[in-house]
Design a protein around this ligand. Sequence first.
Ligand SMILES: NC(=O)c1ccc[n+]([C@@H]2O[C@H](COP(=O)([O-])OP(=O)(O)OC[C@H]3O[C@@H](n4cnc5c(N)ncnc54)[C@H](OP(=O)(O)O)[C@@H]3O)[C@@H](O)[C@H]2O)c1
Length: 353
Amino acid sequence: MKTIRLNDGTHVPAVGQGTWRMGEDRSLKKYEVAALQRGLDLGMTLIDTAEMYGQGGAEEVVGKAIKGRRDEVFLVSKVYPHNAGGYALLESCEESLRRLRTDYLDLYLLHWRGTFSFEQTIGGMEYLKSAGKIKRWGVSNLDVADMNELMACNGADGCAVNQVLYHLGSRGIEFDLLPWQRRQKMPVMGYSPLAQHGFLRQELLDSPALQQVAERHEATIFQILLAWSMRDGDVVTIPKAIGITHVEENARAAELVLSADDLSLLDSAFRRRNEAAARCRLGSTDNRITEALRDSSGGIFKVFLRASVALRLTVPSPTYPLCAVRTSLTYGRWWPYSFWLFWPPLRYCRRLN
Ligand SMILES: NC(=O)c1ccc[n+]([C@@H]2O[C@H](COP(=O)([O-])OP(=O)(O)OC[C@H]3O[C@@H](n4cnc5c(N)ncnc54)[C@H](OP(=O)(O)O)[C@@H]3O)[C@@H](O)[C@H]2O)c1
């Protein structure tokens, strides 16, 4: 298995395993555990989870999957922004450890930016590190402006990764964040590499360019997507799969090397639209909104979403409208989130998660 070097010298597999949507349905748990274990057997020993996934259910699944194999695993979990400071951070970490049946995390990420200051989050993360609860910490869904702000804080050099949306159909980070992280020697952890989120899932699947490259390598389009996202050797990719065949294909994708011809074919098919997106200089959260915009058909809803992007309002927890109510109350600053209360079509909220 190819590996990626973190800035403290630790090597992690280039292809890990995501767990979002796991632990939500009891009847699927045994398949989820089996899939993660098969992935471990095949060298995909980095597992990414979060307290948010299945409201802790995914961490429980992971806990079962790694039982007796903790030493093989590079375990990543994430804290909700509204828990990312003070006592709440320590408590969240303890809860995650309990569900994961372990006494340390290899990497603990701030899931997205909230109202705790970066100083508070860094302080808590460093405390957890000194207490042996986590080995290192990082962030997720931060754009360049956020990262610059983070880096200005004391202790920010401890930040190991930034986990962001990245796949062939969603290449916005290539224009600013990816080069910025390269300069800092901070690897990107690319989520939704199979375009579960982001632009163009169907277009990717129908793309003649992708089909041609897949045929050249006798691989599936999904394997090409994975090989593409780790082509430069500094992006960790974390596909989620429950299907055992999917897991096996994903592990094999680490062996694929795309040629210059393959890459230029894919670039010519998928560059333009991304350049247009990048010109808007949208951050990750805004990108999520834009993704919904692209697919949305409701005119008034579009106007609200466009307005929110224009005003650069952020969405604290786009999971469900109820979450929006809770975070609005928690944050005290209710007005930026109010449209989620009044415009809660579930299908958009699910898409935005
Ligand atoms: N930090 C964040 O805010 C954030 C946001 C989103 C995701 N993530 C992380 O990134 C992980 C991956 O992203 P994701 O879950 O959004 O989606 P994804 O990995 O892009 O896609 C997952 C989907 O692709 C299918 N799949 C997997 N391997 C396949 C293969 N070889 N061939 C065909 N289909 C395949 C899976 O099906 P089966 O499950 O049926 O096999 C599932 O439906 C998440 O699980 C999570 O850990 C983080």
